[in-house]
Design a protein. Structure first.
Length: 295
C-alpha cells in the first residue's frame, strides 16, 4: 500500500497533502511541535513565495499563534495524480478556523479521487464529529461529484478516508477516542505520538456489537468487534524530546495483539538516539489495517 522505502523511514503515508498552514496549542503533545518550528524557519526565507505561505503564523519564539491559512491553490492536488497514493493531510483540517465549506470541498476531492487513500489526523475530534455527522454533509460533498474518478459509485462514509485522533497520554485518549468512535468512518485510527505516558486503549478497542441482522430482523448474536482499526505509536523526536518508556510501548503493542488491531511502531529512542522503525522484541511492527484491494 505505502512505498516500502518510506515505511523504512517511519512514514506510513506516501505524500503530504498540505491544505492548512498554521495551528494553535491544544494539549501537551503540542509542546515541541516540529511543524511550527519548520513554519517559523520558512517564514524567514528569502524566497518570497515560501515566505508568504508561512509568515504571520508563529510567535517570535517559534510557536503557532492561532492563525491559519487554507491553501486553496492546493485543493486539486490529488486530482492531478493518477497513481494510487496514500495522502496524509496537513495540518489539522478540523481546526476551528477552517471554514466548513473548505472542509466539504476537500472531502469532495477525496470522494472524486477514489483511487487514493486519505489519512485525516486531528486533535479536535469535536469539530470532526460536528462536520462528519452533520445531516447534509454527504449531500454537500456530492453536489459536484456523482462518481469517483474511476467511475465507482459514491458511498458514505467515504471508503478511502481514514479518520484518526492523536492521544499522546491517557487524558487525551479518554477525551478524544470516545468522540472518534461516534463518527462513521471506513477506518478509525489512533496516533499515540508523541507518547508521553502509558496509554490503555482496551476499552476503546473492544465493543459488543451485533454480528448481523437475519431475515426476521433479529441479530444473529453478539460478539467482540474492534472499534479501532489501527494504532500508530512513536516516541518524541527533536530538541527537548520527552522519552517514552519502552514498557509503555510494549504494553500498547500487547493490547493491540490481544484485540487483533494492527500496530505500527514508527520510532523509539534507543541508547539516546531516536530510531525509525525499530525492532521491539525481535520484530519490526509495520502493520496496517486490511482494506479492499482497490483502495
Amino acid at each position: 500500500m505505502v512505498n516500502p522505502e518510506r515505511i523504512a523511514k517511519g512514514m506510513y503515508w506516501d505524500r503530504a497533502w498540505s491544505l492548512v498552514e498554521g495551528c494553535a496549542y491544544v494539549s501537551p503533545g503540542c509542546d515541541n511541535c516540529w511543524s511550527a518550528a519548520q513554519a517559523h524557519m520558512r517564514a524567514g526565507q528569502n524566497n518570497e513565495k515560501i515566505r508568504a505561505r508561512y509568515e504571520g503564523l508563529t510567535t517570535p519564539d517559534g510557536r503557532w499563534n492561532g492563525r491559519i491559512r487554507f491553501l486553496h491553490d492546493n485543493i486539486d492536488l490529488p486530482l492531478r495524480i493518477k497513481k494510487p497514493t496514500v495522502f496524509a493531510i496537513w495540518n489539522d483540517l478540523f481546526h476551528e478556523s477552517v471554514a466548513d465549506i473548505s472542509v466539504i470541498n476537500a472531502l469532495g476531492v477525496m470522494a472524486e479521487a477514489s483511487q487514493h487513500t486519505f489519512l485525516i489526523l486531528t486533535k479536535r475530534p469535536e469539530r470532526m464529529k460536528e462536520i462528519m455527522t452533520y445531516d447534509t454533509v454527504a449531500a454537500d460533498v456530492w453536489l459536484g461529484t456523482s462518481t469517483g474518478i474511476d467511475g465507482s459509485p459514491l458511498v458514505w462514509p467515504l471508503p478511502n478516508v481514514w479518520l484518526g485522533v492523536t492521544a499522546e497520554n491517557q487524558e487525551q485518549a479518554d477525551k478524544r477516542i470516545p468522540l472518534l468512535l461516534q463518527i462513521p468512518a471506513a477506518v478509525r485510527f489512533v496516533s499515540v505520538e508523541p507518547m508521553l505516558s502509558a496509554v490503555n486503549l482496551t476499552q476503546a478497542m473492544y465493543g459488543t456489537n451485533p454480528k448481523g441482522i437475519n431475515w426476521f430482523g433479529f441479530t444473529d448474536g453478539f460478539g467482540y468487534e474492534a472499534l479501532l482499526h489501527w494504532v500508530v505509536c512513536g516516541s518524541e523526536s527533536g530538541p527537548g524530546r520527552r522519552q517514552a518508556d519502552i514498557e509503555w510501548i510494549r504494553n500498547l503493542r500487547d493490547q493491540c495483539i490481544a484485540a487483533n488491531v494492527p500496530f505500527f511502531l514508527k520510532q523509539m529512542e534507543i541508547g539516546g538516539k531516536v530510531v525509525k522503525m525499530p525492532e521491539l522484541d525481535g520484530q519490526v511492527w509495520n502493520q496496517f489495517p486490511e482494506v479492499d484491494d482497490e483502495q
